[in-house]
Design a binder for this molecule. Structure first.
Ligand code: UDX
Length: 446
């Protein structure tokens, strides 16, 4: 492989845009490709069509250095790249747990068909195990006999909100391949991280594909594990935060991802655990991942718990004004995919409540998904006249709310901390009724 390969990134969502800009930051010439002309138009002007810290600066910087360009032409990309990273989405299929693989197959098939020089296709999207082997066959069928096309699977573990950092300073790198030349080429791409002793794991295709879903399944399990204990502490008494701290001191367990609350959402964890179950069932291992069904159910029950708690506190929901703070699936993101906060807001609205939502970044995306909810222009507007306030995404500005100041807007001083981030003594001292998930039952209505 040539010393400084030209890179393309197919798909410019959270993963692809971040990968493209990060590759430019590492000194490569990069061409980002997407089928959405509006997105490409914005990226070309250095405008990021979604919220991700540090990424706008990187985009602008490399629009300036000339190392980062964007196009809608897959043909241009196929002819340009020595390494093609596949970063297209693999969303959950409509009405099915399995992943929709159309975009991956389309991208790989187009590159294979249109490539006029030897190249490497490196998959980054999260895919069902067995995909790489299928793609190898597809590449052989589609490519011109004059070119050689290698394949590697190189999953991405980036978190939204930390996408640039996670890409430039990954915890680990894994490359699944059959041909050692593919591994060598990707070692060159990631030379910077490798020189800082980032673990680099070369494996077969299947292990690389499974590593990504195994990591997400583990994280989802950790969150649902603590949330299952929330159900118990809510029933018998106890404080889930103290329990999490106490078990978290055990280095084998660790405290991270044991924050109990309204549960996980986003574009990865929920759909990945569903796709994994679907794939493993297809392999004839029906019971192997059945625990993930339970993980999903525990997670969804947390949302119901919030709705039930609100019903118990307000008795009747019809026309009751409820202030929902938070719509995104986590802070520092504008992503509302499978967001627990937005789901709870919609459930309360459907039950007749007058729901007002405020989120620092997530309202445009929320309005596309649930246009009938009321989106307040400011936090004060959201709180105005509320009979209960629900904190469902732990943005810093919500964590730092001053109970005295908030009191002036609401009609009843009642708050439910759905993320276990508020200091209840402070709120109670200011005269608030304070509710939380996984905490003392004497405050919670059963
Ligand atoms: C996740 C993985 O972390 C990442 O490695 C993978 O590449 C993509 O999926 P992301 O979706 O950005 O990343 O979100 P993450 O930070 O993992 O949080 C997922 C969800 O779990 C959020 O809704 C968050 O609020 C929730 N969560 C997280 C908890 O409820 N409790 C916790 O202790 C941690």
């Amino acid at each position: 492989m040539i010393q400084k390969p030209k890179i393309t990134v197919i798909g410019t969502g959270y993963l692809g845009a971040t990968h493209a800009a990060s590759m430019a930051e590492l000194g490569f010439d990069v061409l980002g490709v997407d089928v959405d002309p509006a997105k490409i138009e914005k990226l070309t002007q250095g405008i990021l069509p979604f919220h991700e810290p540090e990424l706008p600066e990187l985009l602008l910087k490399h629009a300036g250095t000339g190392r980062l360009r964007f196009t809608t032409s897959i043909q241009e990309a196929a002819e340009y790249g020595d390494i093609h990273f596949i970063a297209v989405g693999t969303p959950q299929k409509e009405g099915d747990n399995a992943a929709d693989m159309t975009y991956v197959y389309d991208a790989v098939s187009s590159i294979a068909r249109l490539a006029n020089k030897d190249c490497l296709i490196a998959g980054k999207s999260t895919v069902p195990v067995g995909t790489s082997r299928e793609l190898l066959k597809l590449i052989e069928r589609e490519k011109s006999p004059d070119v050689e096309i290698q394949l590697a699977w190189n999953p991405e573990f980036l978190r939204e909100g930390f996408a640039v950092k996670d890409t430039l300073e990954p915890d680990r790198l894994i490359v699944g391949a059959e041909d050692q030349r593919a591994v060598k080429a990707l070692k060159l791409v990631y030379a910077d991280a490798i020189s800082r002793e980032t673990p680099f794991i070369a494996s077969d295709f299947e292990t690389a594909e499974l590593t990504k879903v195994a990591a997400n399944a583990f994280l989802a399990t950790k969150i649902s594990f603590i949330n299952a204990f929330s159900e118990v502490t809510e029933r018998v008494g106890g404080d889930i935060r103290v329990l999490a701290d106490a078990i978290g001191y055990d280095a084998r367990i660790g405290r991270r991802f044991l924050n109990a609350g309204v549960g996980f959402g986003g574009g990865c964890l929920p759909k990945d655990i569903r796709a994994l179950q679907a794939r493993v069932s297809e392999l004839g291992l029906d019971r192997t991942m059945s625990f993930l069904h339970e993980i999903d159910q525990i997670n969804l029950r947390r949302r119901e718990r919030v709705v039930d708690l609100v019903k118990s506190v307000l008795h009747e929901l019809t026309d009751k004004k409820i202030a929902v703070l938070g719509a995104t699936f986590k802070p520092n993101s504008d992503d509302v995919r499978d967001s627990p906060a937005l789901d709870v807001a919609a459930q309360l609205y459907n039950a007749g409540a007058d729901v007002s939502v405020y989120d620092p970044q997530g309202m445009p995306n929320s309005a596309k998904r649930f246009p009938r909810l009321t989106y307040a222009p400011t936090i004060e507007d959201c709180l105005e006249g509320a009979e209960i306030v629900l904190l469902l995404t732990e943005w810093t500005e919500f964590r730092e709310l001053n109970p005295e100041a908030v009191s002036t807007f609401v009609s009843r001083k009642r708050i439910l901390d759905g993320r276990n981030v508020l200091d209840e003594t402070k709120w109670e001292r200011a005269g608030w009724e304070f509710y939380a998930l996984g905490r003392r039952t004497d405050r919670l209505i059963p």
